[in-house]
Design a protein around this ligand. Structure first.
Ligand code: ZN
Length: 437
């Protein structure tokens, strides 16, 4: 196994309340090939994620054919051959990726790669930047087990992904504040609301958003009930003709009754919709809450998350969340991450989603008909998942190792390995995460 340049990994299937149920979940569809034939899909369970790559427990991501061998164990046995010279070399700043004394050697893939199948909103959250990550870790290493940042990208696997990302145009927030009395009631600070409506500055936005999120759950609950009753009676005129907000308030309230997120997300944040192959990049300290759809997600290795709503109160870090945010309002299109051509693709069938980070690039290989792609070797580790068709992978070295993988199966490619991918079916597709440069 350790001498192979390409081999199968076993993914880890995560169940969360927000995952799609039973066989309607893309995660369940991929579970057999990702996690093993003995995986049983039950219609009463919610399949939220398949995960690959770094895992803080380091127990998951076993080699598919030999459950005694973990990816982490393999890397430990020969870091340079599995991670490449740059990640393991003496000039590499290890702190940059993992920062924590606990991880003093680079023996991890620098990214976590996932497929998410979402039927209801994920927690309203933000991920700290490295400076805040370090501070939180020093203050509470039980909750913040590492001190890294966790920027993430999401790419839609199907049309119609929806998620809340970042603050809306302050003019639109101000308009809603004046039209929806329940918002002023919860914020309960007329002077601060007037100041925000007048100035629309980051500072004044922070004051009112903080007041909203830190208000007592009882107070929030009564305002949400009143607003829901008015929307039921008056329709969109209850929200100053903001029909989208009226709709989102009802949707979120069904999912998380009386939660403060029912007010915070629809009135303060952008709703982003992505079609298949469209992506967003979310940097540090930006609020987000995915709402529905199937996506590829990739992030830097960290468990640092600050939750503020759409999650039980005891797991919130609202004070730190409201302090961390940038409060920069942006147009929805600001969040788009445009695909570019991938320079290591020889046949032009692979596009790259390359965020402004060193940790990872996500690649999308589309093989239509009898299509073939030749991918030249990357400097770092690469993990791929087949999301359509049956694909033959052939290493372009002296050994010519081969693997044939079905939908959901995962391949690990060592650095410095050239690879050809061929489709056996009409429609083939592979998504990759790589640490290329
Ligand atoms: Zn996130």
């Amino acid at each position: 196994m350790t001498t192979s340049n390409i081999f199968r990994l076993k993914g880890s299937i995560q169940e969360y309340d927000w995952g799609k149920s039973g066989s309607s979940s893309l995660v369940a569809k991929f579970a057999h090939a990702a996690a093993g034939q003995d995986f049983e899909v039950s219609d009463s369970r919610n399949y939220a994620e398949v995960r690959y790559g770094w895992e803080h427990t380091r127990k998951d991501h076993l080699c598919f054919d030999d459950a005694q061998i973990s990816l982490h164990g393999l890397i430990m046995s020969s870091p340079r051959s599995f991670l490449g010279a740059r990640l393991t070399g003496p000039s590499f700043d290890r702190k940059h990726f993992v920062g924590d004394a606990k991880f003093s050697h680079t023996t991890d893939v620098p990214f976590l790669f996932k497929i998410l199948s979402i039927s209801k909103a994920l927690p309203l959250q933000a991920h700290p930047d490295k400076k805040l990550g370090e501070k939180l870790h020093n203050e509470d290493s039980g909750q913040f087990v590492d001190c890294n940042h966790k920027p993430e990208i999401a790419v839609a696997l199907a049309d119609g992904f929806k998620g809340f990302i970042g603050f809306r145009d302050p003019k639109l927030i101000a308009k809603d504040l004046l039209s929806v009395p329940e918002l002023s009631e919860v914020i309960c600070h007329d002077e601060a609301i007037e100041k925000f409506v007048r100035e629309q500055s980051k500072e004044s936005l922070k004051v009112i958003f903080t007041k909203l999120l830190l208000e007592s759950p009882e107070f929030v609950s009564s305002a949400v009930s009143k607003l829901i009753a008015r929307i039921e009676r008056q329709g969109a005129s209850a929200t100053g003709d903001n029909a989208l907000a009226a709709d989102l308030v009802q949707t979120l309230n069904k999912q998380y009754p009386h939660d403060v997120g029912v007010l915070a997300a629809p009135f303060f944040m952008n709703l982003i919709t992505l079609n298949r192959g469209e992506a967003v990049y979310i940097g540090a300290d930006e609020a987000h809450a995915y709402l529905e759809g199937d996506i590829i997600e990739c992030m830097a290795v960290s468990d640092n998350v600050l939750n503020a709503a759409l999650v039980p109160c005891e797991t919130r870090n609202t004070q730190t969340f409201v302090e961390a945010l940038t409060y920069t309002a942006r147009e929805p299109q600001h969040w788009a991450l445009r695909p570019t051509s991938y320079k290591r693709s020889k046949k032009g069938r692979t596009t790259a989603f390359d965020p402004p980070l060193e940790e990872f690039t996500v690649l999308w290989t589309q093989l239509n008909g009898e299509g073939e792609e030749y991918l030249e070797n990357a400097e770092g580790p690469t993990i791929g998942i087949v999301t359509k068709g049956t694909i033959d992978f052939e290493e372009q070295g002296p050994d010519r190792e081969k693997l044939t993988l079905d939908e959901g199966a995962i391949i690990f490619v060592k650095p410095k390995t050239d690879l050809v991918a061929r489709s056996n079916t009409d429609d083939g597709e592979v998504w990759w995460a790589t640490c290329a440069e």
